[in-house]
Each structure stands twice: as structure tokens, then as C-alpha cells.
Design a protein around this ligand. Structure first.
Ligand code: UDX
Length: 432
């Protein structure tokens, strides 16, 4: 099939490449000329394991193309995926749909035969209705169908999540569109993926509800880890004991710093904002947002306790600064709220991250970047494990760190307390 992905971010680029790898002809469109030129040269704008090889393979066999010409790309395609950003509006909880509606207006100019227009970006419930209204002002309804097909891709696992999704959700009551999309996803369905067809609004809500539930599950275990710290219980025992109940499940039950990323923070706020608009109160998600917003200050208090409230001039090394491992994404990373507070208290911060130095810290006087783990931790008073990269799992601390009184604060519980004790390391971790 002939597909056009509008927006080449984490969703559009990964989905487009994976669709081309399934044998479709895909044009990935972006208004950023520099990004498109780089993609044509095989320079990939995002860190996603396995993506570069897939792009080069499909670009070479001509199934995957890149363009800045939206009009021409839409007219050549049968199925148009809208994959542009829907960030949270400034000083609001609402999703900013400016990019979505701008793209819809452009698409409208290129509809001369039947097109399926799909929102793959996470959009508030009823957005599909608005899009249909905008297009039908200029185009007869028989020439287009607006469908919701939300993505469930985790950064760092996106290719696997695309090829082995638990489900494909197609929100439409248009029989022709449903049939076409069932064909498009046939290679995944034949491998066991569940295909569900719902109303468009149900599909839009399934996406928000799924992310909000995952954020709730993580916040639940994070709050339990706070309790464990008070009663000398290991939160990992609780995660294992709870997770063996098939109704609960063991995934997304790992305590950590505040959840971050490009989705959970914005999607939890957006679903609450939508439900408030419809006068329905999602009180559980509201408390999840509040709890997560408060989590960084809780962990900061733990850091102050570990340092006996002597933070001034202390050398603190963050191992990992992105919002989680296996990504280069800094959006809503919990260290973005922790590091400025530590600096205000007079700490000297340095950090190492496998995805390299971050612009977010370039203007901070007392934040330095170390090119490798060894130089990052060697002069530290406190080493903070902020993300769970495998690179951090077998460091010989006693051999590397000069200051013999150094401490470790493990925000991801990647080390065994027993082994730390055997090495006589002053080891602290969340949830124990
Ligand atoms: C999420 C959803 O998982 C995905 O389905 C959706 O399409 C996009 O949003 P992503 O934001 O890439 O994916 O990251 P995810 O792996 O879900 O982690 C989100 C946050 O939760 C991260 O900060 C992560 O560190 C945290 N997390 C996740 C935990 O603290 N504990 C866990 O057990 C899992």
C-alpha cells in the first residue's frame, strides 16, 4: 500500500520505517528540510536501537522515501498518517493541536480521490470529529475517512513494540477503511496481534486511558517504595509478590524516580483536562499527577539525608540523565528538577550518559559532563544511579572511586544490596 507519514519524530519515523519493512511504499514527510536532508544521507535524528539499519535497508530498496513536499506526498498516497507533536500547551493541561490542524488544512488541499486520514499522534477524544468537520467544509465526505489508530510504542523498544504489539486499535465505523487497515496490519495479525475495531472516540480514549493506567501503576509502586523505606522492607519483594498475581502483572511495577518522557506527563494531564471539560472527574489520575510531581522533592530529601544535610561543595555524579534507559530523550526527565535544586544548595554536579552530553545542562556553571563512567565517578562524594542502563550494572566502584567515603544512591535498584554490603560500599536505594 502507499502510505504517507506526516511528522518524522519518534512515532512517524519508526512507524513509517516499519511499515516500509512490511513491504509498503512509504513517504515520510517533514517540514524540517535539514532533518529530511539528513535522513536522505542516513543521519538519524533520534536514538532508537535498530532504527538506523532499518532506514538504510528500506531507503536503499526504494520502499522508503523522505520529502518536505506534503501536497505531492499526500496525492501519491492512499493512507495518510498524522504523526506530528501534540505537546501540552504552556500554562495549561490541554494538548496543543496547532500542528495537527495545520497539517489537516494542508492535506485537504490534496484530496482528489478517496483517502484514509489517520491520527497516529495521541490526540484528545473528539479530535477526529473536529478533523472531519474541517475537511468536509472543502471535500465531499465520500472522498475521505478520518480514523484513529493510536500507537503504543515505548522509546528504546519502539521497533519491537511496532512489530509485536499486544493489539492494533482501529477507531472507525467506515467499513471500507476498516477493511483496508485490516489488510495493512495483516502481517502483524498473522503473527498473533489482536486487531480491534472500535468507534473513533473509543480508540482515542483507549490510548489516553492506557498511558494513564501505566502511569498510575508506576506511581502506585513508587508510593509503596516510600512506605518500604520507613518499615525496612525491600520494594522489590513487593513488586515480585504483587506481580505474580496475573490480574496485576509484573511489568511496569518497578519503583524509580518520577516518571517522565514525552507521553505519561502530557497524556495524564490531557485526559484530566478532557474529562473536566465533559464534567467528569478522573480523581485517581489527578492524584497520580500530584504524587508524581511531588516525587522529585521526596528523592531530593533522601539525598540531603544521605549527605547529612551537608550538600555545599559535595561532588555528585549522575549516572544517566535521560528520562529512562535506552533513549536520548530528556523530556520531563526527573533529573531536570533535581539537579537545579542541588546546585542551589552548592553541590558540584557532573554526569555521564551513554547517549552523550545534553544541551539542557550546557548553561549550568557547576554542571560538567564526563565522557566515560570512570572519570565521572572517580572524584565523587555521591554517585546517583538515575537510569537503568546496562552500562552501569558492573562497575567496580571500590577500584575506581578515590574518596573512600563515597556513597551510592540507586534510584533504579539495579544493584544487589547484599553484594554492596559485601564490598563495604555505603549503598542507599529507593524502596529499602
Ligand atoms: C510510554 C508508553 O509505555 C507507550 O506505550 C506509549 O506509546 C508512549 O509512552 P515511553 O514514554 O517511551 O512509553 O516510556 P515507558 O517505557 O513507558 O516509561 C515511561 C516512564 O515510566 C519512564 O520515566 C520510566 O522510567 C518509568 N517507568 C517505567 C518506571 O518508573 N517503572 C517501570 O516499571 C516502567
Amino acid at each position: 500500500m502507499k502510505l504517507c507519514m506526516i511528522g518524522t519524530g519518534y512515532v512517524g519515523l519508526v512507524s513509517g520505517v516499519c511499515f516500509s519493512d512490511l513491504g509498503n511504499d512509504v513517504i515520510c514527510v517533514d517540514k524540517d528540510l535539514n532533518k529530511i536532508d539528513n535522513l536522505k544521507k542516513g543521519i538519524i535524528p533520534i536514538y532508537e536501537p535498530g532504527l538506523e539499519e532499518l532506514i538504510l535497508k528500506n531507503f536503499k530498496n526504494n520502499r522508503l522515501k523522505f520529502s518536505t513536499d506534503l501536497k505531492e506526498s499526500v496525492s501519491k498516497s492512499d493512507i495518510i498518517f498524522i504523526c506530528v507533536g501534540t505537546p501540552t500547551k504552556k500554562n495549561s493541561s490541554d494538548a496543543d493541536l496547532t500542528q495537527v490542524y495545520n497539517v489537516v488544512k494542508e492535506i485537504t488541499k490534496s484530496i482528489s480521490k478517496f483517502k484514509i486520514i489517520i491520527t497516529k499522534s495521541t490526540v484528545p477524544i473528539t479530535t477526529g470529529d473536529q478533523i472531519e468537520k474541517i475537511i468536509s467544509k472543502k471535500i465531499p465526505k465520500k472522498l475521505f475517512s478520518v480514523v484513529s489508530n493510536p500507537e503504543f510504542l515505548r522509546e528504546g523498544e519502539a521497533i519491537r513494540d511496532f512489530n509485536y504489539p499486544d493489539r492494533v486499535v482501529i477507531g472507525t465505523d467506515n467499513k471500507r477503511s476498516n477493511k483496508t487497515l485490516k489488510n495493512l496490519y495483516a502481517p502483524l495479525i498473522s503473527k498473533g496481534t489482536k486487531y480491534i475495531n472500535t468507534s473513533r472516540r473509543a480508540a482515542e480514549l483507549i490510548k489516553y486511558a492506557s498511558n494513564a493506567f501505566l502511569a498510575t501503576k508506576i506511581t502506585f509502586i513508587n508510593e509503596l517504595s516510600n512506605l518500604c523505606e520507613k518499615i525496612d522492607v525491600n520494594i522489590e519483594d513487593i513488586s515480585i509478590g504483587m506481580g505474580l498475581d496475573k490480574r496485576i502483572g509484573s511489568r511496569f511495577l518497578r519503583a524509580g524516580p518520577a516518571y517522565g518522557g514525552s507521553c505519561f506527563p502530557k497524556d495524564t494531564k490531557a485526559i484530566v483536562s478532557t474529562s473536566d471539560r465533559f464534567k467528569s472527574n478522573l480523581s485517581v489520575i489527578k492524584s497520580v499527577i500530584k504524587s508524581n510531581d511531588n516525587r522529585s522533592s521526596l528523592l531530593l530529601k533522601r539525598i540531603f539525608d544521605i549527605l547529612n544535610n551537608k550538600v555545599k561543595n559535595k561532588k555528585i555524579c549522575f549516572l544517566g540523565v535521560t528520562f529512562k534507559a535506552n533513549t536520548d530523550d530528556m523530556r520531563d526527565s526527573s533529573c531536570l528538577s533535581m539537579i537545579p535544586t542541588l546546585l542551589k544548595k552548592g553541590a558540584k554536579i557532573n554526569y555521564f550518559d551513554p547517549t552523550g552530553e545534553k544541551n539542557e545542562f550546557k548553561n549550568f556553571k557547576n554542571v560538567s559532563y564526563s565522557n566515560d563512567i570512570k572519570s565521572g565517578i572517580s572524584n565523587s562524594d555521591l554517585i546517583i544511579i538515575h537510569t537503568e542502563w546496562n552500562d552501569f550494572k558492573s562497575i567496580n566502584f571500590n577500584k575506581t572511586v578515590k574518596n573512600k567515603n563515597y556513597k551510592i544512591f540507586d534510584m533504579r535498584k539495579i544493584y544487589s544490596p547484599k553484594k554492596m554490603k559485601e564490598q563495604k560500599i555505603k549503598y542507599f536505594a529507593i524502596g529499602s
